[in-house]
Design a protein around this ligand. Structure first.
Ligand SMILES: NC(=O)c1ccc[n+]([C@@H]2O[C@H](COP(=O)([O-])OP(=O)(O)OC[C@H]3O[C@@H](n4cnc5c(N)ncnc54)[C@H](O)[C@@H]3O)[C@@H](O)[C@H]2O)c1
Length: 245
C-alpha cells in the first residue's frame, strides 16, 4: 500500500488514463481528488474510484487552464484532507488543423490546457507540498515524434518535458520530485476520437495500443517512494512503438 494516508490530485481524472490512475492509486490506499472539467464523467468516476479502494474521493470541477480554478481545487483538497502528497498533471486536449488554418487563439487554447494547466498545478504543489511530494506530468510520444495537423499539441507536449526539467531542478531542494511519462497509443476516448486515427492518416498497429492501466502503473511508480531517486525523468510507455523502423 504505497499510498496509504496519502492525498493525490489527478487532473483529467474522470476518463481514460486519469481514471485508470485514480483507480490504481486508490487500490494502493490513496485518497483521491478528481479534478476534471466534465461533470457527467466526474459523477460516473467517483463510485468507480471508491470501488477500487479509495478511502475517500473528492470530485472537483476544474478547468486546469484557469489558475483561479486550480487554486480553488487545491484549497478544497487542503480544507478536506489537510495535506497534498502528489499531483498527476494528466488533463489534455488535442486539436486538428493545418498550420495555415491555425489562429493564435487555437494555439492558446491547447497550450493553456496542456502546458499552463500543468504549470498552475505544479506552482500550487510547490507552495503546499511537504518534502517527499511528487508531481507526474503526462506528456506524449508527440513530444519527440509527431505528424501533420497537431502542431500545438506536439509543441505543448514537448514543452511539458521542459517544464518537468525546470520543475525538477527547482523542486529538488524542496524535497519534491517531478517526472514525466510519454504514453504511446493508449485505448481511451482521446485515441479513437482522433480524426487522424479515424481517417487512417495515422496508422496504428493493434499490437501498439496499450491500456490506460499500463500508463497508470508507470505513473504510480513515479509518484511513489519507490522512485525516490528518480528526478526529472521521461518514461516512455509506448510498447516500443517509437522504436519501429
Ligand atoms: N490516449 C492516448 O493515446 C494518449 C497518448 C499520449 C498522451 N496522452 C495524454 O494522456 C492524457 C489523458 O488522455 P486520455 O487519453 O486519457 O484522454 P481522455 O479524453 O479519455 O481524458 C481526458 C480527460 O481530461 C479532461 N479534460 C480535458 N480538458 C480539461 C480541462 N481544461 N480541465 C480539466 N480537465 C480537462 C477531460 O474531461 C477528460 O476527462 C492527455 O494529456 C493526453 O494528451 C494520451
Amino acid at each position: 500500500m504505497r499510498f496509504q494516508d496519502k492525498v493525490v490530485i489527478i487532473t483529467g481524472g474522470a476518463s481514460g488514463i486519469g481514471l485508470a490512475t485514480a483507480k490504481r492509486l486508490a487500490s494502493e490506499g490513496a485518497r483521491i481528488v478528481l479534478a476534471d472539467i466534465n461533470q457527467d464523467n466526474l459523477d460516473q468516476a467517483v463510485p468507480e474510484v471508491q470501488q477500487a479502494g479509495a478511502p475517500d474521493v473528492l470530485p472537483s470541477m476544474c478547468n486546469v487552464a484557469k489558475e483561479d480554478e486550480v487554486m480553488a481545487t487545491v484549497k478544497a483538497t487542503l480544507d478536506k484532507f489537510g495535506r497534498l502528497d502528489a499531483v498527476i498533471n494528466n488533463a489534455g486536449l488535442m486539436q486538428f488543423k493545418a498550420l495555415e488554418e491555425l489562429s493564435g487563439d487555437d494555439w492558446l487554447r491547447v497550450l493553456s490546457v496542456d502546458l499552463l494547466g500543468a504549470f498552475y498545478f505544479t506552482k500550487q504543489a510547490f507552495l503546499h507540498m511537504k518534502p517527499g511530494g511528487a508531481v507526474v506530468n503526462v506528456s506524449s510520444i508527440h513530444a519527440v515524434a509527431t505528424e501533420a495537423l497537431v502542431a500545438p499539441y506536439a509543441a505543448a507536449k514537448a514543452a511539458v518535458l521542459s517544464l518537468t526539467r525546470s520543475s525538477a531542478i527547482e523542486g529538488a531542494p524542496k524535497g519534491l520530485r517531478i517526472n514525466s511519462v510519454l504514453p504511446g497509443a493508449i485505448d481511451t476516448p482521446m485515441l479513437w476520437n482522433n480524426p487522424n486515427v479515424k481517417s487512417g492518416v495515422e496508422k496504428i498497429n493493434p499490437s501498439d495500443v496499450g491500456k490506460p492501466e499500463n500508463v497508470a502503473a508507470a505513473i504510480a511508480f513515479l509518484a511513489s517512494d519507490d522512485a525516490e531517486f528518480v528526478q526529472g525523468s521521461e518514461l516512455l510507455v509506448d510498447g516500443g512503438r517509437l522504436d519501429h523502423l
